[in-house]
Ligand binder design. Sequence first.
Ligand code: NAP
Ligand code: G3H
Length: 478
Amino acid sequence: MESIYQYYSQGIWKKSESGETVEIQSPYLKKTIGFVQALTQEEVDQCIQGAKEAQKSWAKKSIYERAHYLQAWADELLKMKEELATTVMQEVGKAYQDAVKEVERTVDLIRYTVDEAIHSRGQSLNGENFPGGSRSKLAVVERVPLGVILAISPFNYPVNLAAAKLAPALITGNSVIFKPATQGSISGIKMIEALAKTNLPAGVLNLVTGKGSVIGDYLVEHKDISMVTFTGGTVTGERIAQKAKMIPLVMELGGKDPAIVCEDANLKLASKQIVSGAYSYSGQRCTAIKRVLVHDSVADELLSLIKLEVEKLSVGSPEENATIVPLIDQQAADFVQGLIDDALQKGATLVLGGERKDNLIYPTILDHVTKEMRIAWEEPFGPVLPIIRISSLEEGIDIANASEYGLQASVFTQNIDQALTIARKLETGSVQINGRTERGPDHFPFIGVKKSGLGIQGVRRSIDSMTREKVIVLNINE
Ligand code: NAP
Ligand code: G3H
């Protein structure tokens, strides 16, 4: 009998009055692994009201008191590492070893966030430093929490990308409404079970489940939500941005990260980095390399090296730590298949792959991809790599920048001046020189521009975005 999981509100695990649940199917076991509650609007409202009330006393606690709960949470997560990794594996089809790494990375992230927040400093400004000003005014600038933060996470990092929002929100004195991706919510529930074990004060963290399409608008539009921190698809992000009131938003959205390979690149290194970047977790990473822009003169050699690397990839079950695993659902596989079919119809060359078994797409390489093909622009979130041949670096930069996305880019060259020149011209949040595109380490600022996002994540920047400056001016009569 599969478990029926409850939602978490006011420090209590509860069943929804709706009597309805959402069924969670494993993407590779092809069976139901549990049910989560489908909350009503009234229940969502109760969670938010409880969070609003609880935030007042939570913010008054000293940062060391709040740190105590978060450190204890990290300890609990570590204790249940194997159990949580197994849930992540079964729920979102991530290779077991990668799921274990995700939990370990999350423990480090929570601890680092606590340290970073503890070492935050305010500022004081003396009036005399402005023309005509005087020492009689002294401004004390401190950072204060925003209130109730709505944290919405995606399926592909159900633990790490949730904690990347919850930890900075909580340590800085906010309360949280956590809405995990439905496919990923059992993992979310388990990580909150660990947090609940720390005896966190009731109402400080509330976990709501149910389809985003049903409760999402209500959550985002709620008058008592002070900020939305969201990671997910661009279409969802744009909807949230339209619905949200005048509150801060941080959005990490889709990507179409290019790898630009110059004539002088170390092709062996480039091929290894590109394959690892493009195919890990079947390409279900926002930062996956999603197109290669390679100079004509080295394209054949690079392609044969990439092909050799891709042929080595293991395909199969997350339980066997395969790199290429079934995609999150059938719909995702249909979408990737559609992109492959469109490219082949328009004249792309199938170098490898093109096969499919249900939602398992075999690693696919498409050569001679042109600007007319959908795969040149759309994010597959699957294991398919389009190769676009370019005749000059300017052409490569133009194609890279013509994308509506702007998350990251990789540049492969042995000429550092050339690398920096290209990096400066690319319209992305980050540029990796001679390495694959990736978010970590988690204290680096993580930025999506254009349709890849709004605001900045990364430990320090998340702390900043979940607090605001407050100025108290001392008027001194000397
Ligand atoms: P998604 O479908 O956009 O879902 C993300 C979250 O939004 C889920 O919790 C979802 O809940 C919720 N949601 C859906 N409709 C909503 C609404 N109307 N209002 C509020 N919330 C709503 O994305 P995904 O499929 O989980 O993740 C894949 C996408 O995320 C890819 O495009 C990927 O590039 C992007 N991503 C970006 C980053 C980054 O840091 N840039 C990181 C990871 C993923 P339900 O699950 O209940 O629908
Ligand atoms: O899916 C989006 C994640 O932010 C990517 O993180 O680069 O560590 O895999 P990653």
